[in-house]
Design a binder for this molecule. Sequence first.
Ligand code: SF4
Length: 100
Amino acid sequence: MKFTVSTRHYAPTATCAVPTQPVTACSGLDPELFFPVGESGPVLLQEQEAKAVCRRCPLMDSCLQGALDRGETTGVWGGTSPRDRRTILLREAAARTKTA
Ligand code: SF4
């Protein structure tokens, strides 16, 4: 017995949706918000405002990891200030020392 397969039934019937990239919460905002200059006074309010934006961001964790990997010494990244990241790195180093 011989079967004939018609290829027209195998033609794609659904459109292939391109996965959308998550939109960062800082997209379209003034980048200067994330780069406060100084560590006191109104600068702290600016830093808190930037961190609040980060807390709404779907990429907060990967943004923070990237900043730690790159050794970012300025700016708010992943909801952290440079001081916060120094603290994280010091804690990680201390934890590594304890386990070594
Ligand atoms: S976590 Fe990173 S990408 Fe998201 S809003 Fe903050 S700085 Fe922008």
